[in-house]
Design a protein around this ligand. Structure first.
Ligand SMILES: Cc1ncc(COP(=O)(O)O)c(C=O)c1O
Length: 382
């Protein structure tokens, strides 16, 4: 009987037992010293994980809510902004801006590639009116990582602010907010931070606050100013509206776990899982989709000729109990993605590789059982 399920999508990810247990605690009221203690702890912990001294706010929202908050708090109608996209989530920056009447300069590379920092530099030089540059740390739809450090150094030399969607990258791959001069970082709950979906977190630099002060787009729920006033500026940690009490209690526990392991050790664990997964897929003769800078949070793999991607996904899920992700947008049906982030370890990778080998074989794809596993084990265990 199949009784153990594994969630290996690039979000939501599995939640550690002690974090799950926090979700079952009695609700505490949010205008109490007990809740303020939780909120204070969470904000301080997030700053350590984000590697920032900047103000850090938490909204009850999906990650996209955090992205929308960046657009509405930083932009004015008619502004020039630059979006550097390498997939579906990069495109979301442009789509949100468009919804609020801001036309972005949209620089998009072929999916599977990483954005070129030099192209961003060129475009900033060509248009000094650009007020903000929007990028994605780990592009979940293609499995590509952006060179945030280099882009940060480029944007810092201009008057523009750099906004990074680190929704699926934070807590999995390196993100050094202050050292890399990133002005705004947006993060979601259900990925590297290992809690259930429903929180968006945003850190904001002084340069970004200066832009926010003159930004004219309408906002209410996602007003950074209102949130900052309650959460940071007033003596008591508070939120303007009812917070997700249980999720914040869960986040306090996941921050404890993250710090117990150490953020750098976590980046190393993910680097190993990423390398092992890529080695396994290549050993099976499959082609990786991300050719530029593959992300260590998620591996994207081309569905080979003669294999039905949908069927492969279903077999791995329904027969072997492992949920992977398919392709999105223009690569729907053409790739599958293996999420190895958050509460994931070597044995999850081994299980996924074994299941993929068997599912491929069942479709008549020529595969030598164990070949992918041997390659993964070599990376993981030497
Ligand atoms: C890189 C990235 N950006 C944005 C999002 C959107 O997050 P949400 O679905 O929580 O709104 C995701 C979620 O998959 C993501 O991985």
């Amino acid at each position: 009987m199949l009784y153990k399920k594994r969630l290996m999508t690039p979000g939501p990810t599995e939640v550690p037992p002690t974090v799950l247990a926090q979700g079952g605690q009695p609700i505490i009221h949010h205008r109490t010293p007990q809740f303020r203690k939780v909120l204070t702890e969470v904000v301080a912990g997030l700053k350590r994980i984000f590697n920032t001294e900047n103000d850090t706010l938490v909204f009850p929202a999906a990650g996209t809510g955090g992205m929308e908050s960046a657009i509405v708090n930083l932009c004015s109608p008619g502004d020039a902004i630059l979006v550097a996209a390498c997939g579906n989530f990069g495109n979301r920056w442009t789509n949100i801006a468009k919804a609020f009447g801001v036309e972005s300069e949209h620089y998009e590379v072929d999916w599977g590639q990483a954005v070129d920092p030099k192209e961003i530099e060129k475009r900033l030089a060509a248009n000094p009116k650009i007020t903000a540059v929007f990028i994605t740390l780990s592009e979940t739809s293609t499995g590509v990582e952006s060179d945030v450090q280099t882009i940060g150094a480029i944007v810092a030399k201009t008057s523009a602010v750099l906004v990074v969607d680190a929704i699926s990258g934070m807590g999995a791959i390196p993100m050094k907010t202050d050292e890399w001069k990133v002005d705004v970082v947006v993060v979601g709950a259900q990925k590297g931070l290992m809690i259930p979906p429903g929180l968006a977190m945003v850190s904001i630099s002084k340069k970004a606050w200066d832009l926010a002060k003159i930004a004219k787009l309408p906002k209410f729920y996602f007003s950074w100013e209102k949130s900052q006033k309650s959460m940071v500026a007033e003596a008591l940690a508070n939120t303007p509206y009812t917070p997700s009490v249980s999720l914040l209690m869960q986040l306090a526990e996941s921050i404890r776990l993250i710090e117990e392991e150490g953020i750098e050790a976590i980046w190393e664990r993910h680097a190993k899982m990423g390398a092992a997964t890529r080695a396994a897929m290549e050993a099976l003769g499959l082609k990786l989709f991300a050719t530029g800078r593959p992300s260590n949070a998620v591996t994207s793999v081309r569905v080979p000729e003669g294999v039905d991607g949908g069927k492969l996904f279903k077999t791995v899920r329904d027969t072997y109990g492992i949920t992977l992700a398919g392709g999105q947008g223009q690569v729907k049906g053409k790739i599958f993605r293996i999420g190895h982030l958050g509460y994931a370890d070597d044995w999850d990778v081994i299980s996924a590789v074994a299941a993929i080998e068997r599912a491929l074989l069942e479709q008549g794809y020529k595969v030598e059982l164990g070949k992918g596993l041997a390659a993964a084990e070599k990376v993981l265990f030497g």
